[in-house]
Design a protein around this ligand. Structure first.
Ligand code: ITT
Length: 195
């Protein structure tokens, strides 16, 4: 029912993702309910496969409709690393370790990819993708956002995502794009709880 208010459960352990989803989805009249039950995460080459699998398993396990989002940082000169290993790389290498891997490399081009997967207990997952291209800076700057934001400078920006407000980040980010695609479908579809 277009124009009506809906809500969606977002299964994630990352509070930053919840904040960003609220910023992007509230103008569509979609309220975000954090849900602590993401379940299994497979290792796969694409964020879409990971998100689709997690959403399907979690929706069946918890018997509820929900979204899951998987994201990763893909660095060209490292052949796409950390990509699907972004979460693990952030926890182990950290920002400093990632910058060391780029010492002496000429190209610092990179992109963030996001996949938002929606699934209900009886259905198959629907996946919405987003991408932002940019560069890895030589040193971190800014304290906003999370993860690798302080070293990622989106194309056309002079500031890192860590220096952008969350609203500015969401206008250009991979997650913002994927969530807006999800919202366009969700507001028009018959699915989702009205409140
Ligand atoms: P959930 O799986 O519980 O949702 P997570 O933080 O583990 O939370 P991902 O596996 O999707 O989420 O994210 C992989 C990592 O990629 C994440 O931990 C960050 O280090 C990095 N990352 C993803 N999106 C990012 C963003 O918008 N800004 C900065 N770093 C990001």
């Amino acid at each position: 029912m277009p124009g009506s208010s809906k809500q969606v459960a977002f299964a994630t352990s990352n509070k930053g993702k919840i904040e960003e989803a609220r910023i992007v989805l509230s103008p569509f009249g979609i309220a975000v309910r954090p849900f602590n039950g993401k379940g299994l995460e497979i290792q796969a080459e694409t964020v879409s496969e990971v998100a689709a699998f997690s959403a399907k398993v979690a929706s069946r396990t918890y018997r509820r409709a929900l979204i899951v989002e998987d994201a990763g940082l893909f660095i060209e000169s490292l052949h796409g690393f950390p990509g699907p290993f972004s979460s693990y790389s952030y926890k182990t290498l950290g920002i400093g370790g990632l910058l060391s891997l780029l010492d002496g490399t000429r190209s610092r081009r990179a992109s963030f990819k996001s996949a938002v997967a929606y699934c209900d207990p009886a259905g198959e997952p629907r996946v919405f993708e987003g991408l932002v291209t940019g560069m890895i800076s030589r040193s971190p700057s800014g304290a906003n956002g999370f993860g690798f934001d302080p070293v990622f400078v989106p194309s056309g920006s002079r500031r890192s995502m860590g220096q952008l407000t969350l609203e500015e980040k969401c206008e250009v980010s991979h997650r913002g794009e994927a969530l807006r695609k999800f919202a366009a479908w969700y507001t028009e579809s018959n699915t989702g709880q009205l409140f």
